[in-house]
Design a protein around this ligand. Structure first.
Ligand SMILES: [Ca+2]
Length: 480
């Protein structure tokens, strides 16, 4: 062993000499002469270095671990430098590349290991990054809100309005009533607006009053109101439901089929097919009843699925033939004929109100003027016309309102619309003149062209006047 150490020392002293030892610590050498030394050979020439690359390959983005919930979208744009790479991923099944975007949505909780590759060619070393995605189960989503049945939990009531609004000879109180009605379309669903004539006048051409209805729909500015009362019908929808009805009076067999009469039939049959007839389509008649009569003439089967609330009196006198035709041919129509109590909107209690801001001479100026949005250069509240009652000029009349107030009163649980005798109703109360032969026909007074007023009948509406003005009309104008 001493001899071995001596050899090593000697080798160390030999400086630049090169020896190759095999298993030198175990080498037993008997003498210097026995030392095995390879001949000196030149070092091998190393291969040439790879061509220089522009910079060091690296991702342009970092890959932090990610916490997320099931159902959430993972999305990350991945790029690297230099640019000649292909992106691949050692990914869970829900995660993959779409172009440069690593995307996916986990559906199960878990910890997912992800390795993203930028695989290079042309001598650039491929690179990768690892990260983890920790997915926890999303909380159970809250149950969807119950379907909107609006109005005191009741479904909106289906309504068709047959109106002489805007007709040359009509009273502008249809406009007053129409404007207020449109603010209640969250509870009273207007299936159609039909324009009818208002006065027997054979010289008058077929009108295009439905354009006037459209104008007032636009003036109300429903889409503005819907920001505060989302259940209201949209303007576009309301405009699409306007149809021209009959422009000439006369018994239905002699009258033309119109877009309005066709639409009444279409809507009632649709309602019948989808909802049945236990809930009726309420046809509110504000002028002559010509178009509604024509629809019944075209398709009598709709009779059992409709309820008519008619503002009668003068309107009846404008087409007595159509009115009589319905009366004589149908016993199965639920029909309320308001011949007098509608006047309670503008008569009765006026003395009591005196200069009260709800009085017929004051309400428009006190609560309507200056309100609303601008259409055709005029605010709605400035455009609403005054009405008249004979020589009583410039009044708030709204004589057609009791038709829809009757239904709104039901929606608000103040009365029952199937019981016209309910004296709590905002739209008047009625009795059956022919309980045996016409048990579904109701009215307040026998028809007469009532130049004479009947205050005790009008009171059926006007006794609710303060409540209606306070709870319905004033909130209407506060919406703007
Ligand atoms: Ca009218």
């Amino acid at each position: 062993m001493r001899r071995t150490l001596s050899i090593l020392i000697l080798i160390g002293l030999m400086g630049s000499m090169t020896f190759v030892f095999n298993n030198c610590l175990e080498l037993e050498i008997g003498s210097l002469e026995g030392l095995s030394v390879d001949p000196i050979t030149p070092a091998p020439i190393p291969p040439p270095p790879p061509p220089p690359v522009p910079g060091v390959a690296n991702f342009n983005v970092s890959f932090p671990n990610k916490n997320m919930k099931t159902g959430e979208l993972f999305s990350k744009r991945v790029t690297a430098n230099p640019a000649n790479y292909t992106l691949t991923c050692d990914c869970p099944g829900w995660l993959s590349f779409s172009g440069y975007d690593l995307k996916g949505t986990p559906t199960a909780a878990g910890t997912y290991n992800v390795r993203v590759w930028a695989r290079y060619t042309n001598g650039v070393t491929s690179i990768f990054k690892n990260f983890k995605v920790f997915v926890t189960k999303a909380a159970t989503p809250p149950p969807p809100p119950p379907p909107v049945t609006s109005c005191n939990g009741k479904a909106p009531i289906s309504v068709i309005i047959d109106t002489d609004l805007g007709v040359k000879y009509s009273d502008p109180d249809d406009i007053q009533s129409f404007v207020h009605f449109m603010h209640q379309t969250d509870c009273l669903d207007p299936l159609a607006f039909v324009s009818s004539m208002s006065r027997q006048d054979l010289k008058r051409p077929i009108p295009s009053e439905h354009e006037k209805i459209k104008e007032w729909i636009r003036r109300v500015d429903l889409d503005h109101l819907r920001k505060k009362k989302p259940g209201l019908i949209s303007e576009a929808e309301a405009l699409s439901r306007v149809f021209a009805g009959n422009g000439m009076y006369g018994p239905p067999p002699t009258r033309a089929v119109t877009a309005g009469s066709n639409e009444i039939i279409k809507q009632v049959l649709s309602h019948k097919n989808t909802k049945g007839c236990s809930e009726k389509v309420w046809i509110l008649v504000w002028g002559a009843i010509t178009t509604t009569a024509k629809a019944l003439h075209q398709n009598p089967s709709i009779a059992s699925c409709i309820a008519i609330y008619q503002i009668g009196n003068w309107n009846i006198s404008q087409d007595t033939a159509s009115n009589d035709w319905i009366f004589n041919n149908f016993n199965n129509i639920f029909w309320i004929q308001n011949n007098e109590s509608f006047k309670g909107m503008y008569l009765g209690r006026e003395g009591e109100f005196g200069n009260h801001p709800y009085g017929r001479h004051n309400f428009i100026n006190a609560h309507i003027r200056g309100k609303g949005t601008v259409y055709m250069g005029q605010k709605l509240g400035d455009a609403v016309p005054y009405a008249r009652n004979f020589n009583d000029m410039n009044i708030f009349k709204a004589g057609d309102d009791p038709s829809w107030l009757y239904l709104l009163s039901d929606v608000r649980n103040k009365s029952v619309k199937e019981n016209p005798g309910d004296t709590r109703s905002w739209g008047g109360s009625f009795s059956r003149p022919y309980p045996t032969t016409k048990p579904l026909f109701w009215r307040d007074v026998p028809y007469a062209r009532a130049y004479k007023d009947h205050p005790h009948i009008q009171s059926r509406v006007n006794k609710h006047k303060v409540e209606v003005f306070t709870d319905v009309f004033l909130p209407t104008w506060r919406l703007y």
